[in-house]
Design a protein around this ligand. Sequence first.
Ligand SMILES: [Zn+2]
Ligand SMILES: [Zn+2]
Length: 154
Amino acid sequence: MKAARLHEFGGDFVVEEVPTPEPGAGEVRVRVGGSGACHSDLHVRAGEIPVHLPALLGHENAGWVDAIGPGAEGFEIGEPVVVFGGWGCGRCRVCLGGQEQLCDTMRWDGIGPDGGYADYMVVPSTRHLLAAGDLDPALAAPLTDARRSPRTRR
Ligand SMILES: [Zn+2]
Ligand SMILES: [Zn+2]
């Protein structure tokens, strides 16, 4: 697949061929239809948010379910989805309380795990997917980050 990866801090993104990721147990591969360029990505590019290089950024993602790993349930191949980006452990009190983005072990896709600046991305659990209906993925993707939790709503 094609991916736009960062090879050096401060450098340009390099569009290149990389292996298409396979979904493992419980995981889902999404064909990326839209991936937002977030202001945070500028900080990652500048080296202000540590990541391993080369890095595959993109934490605002939407597209279609492309492959389903063993045991992953609740979605069908081809179904349009948006990807919830704050990936927590799924087992702690915070996660079970519905605020996984606040989990102590939370990781953003694209800031550590490979993100959506690519043809495909693997999502670790179906609980990180939401049905997108007929939303245009290019328009829906940025909405996965440009949001407020109930705690920060004013
Ligand atoms: Zn962001
Ligand atoms: Zn947790």
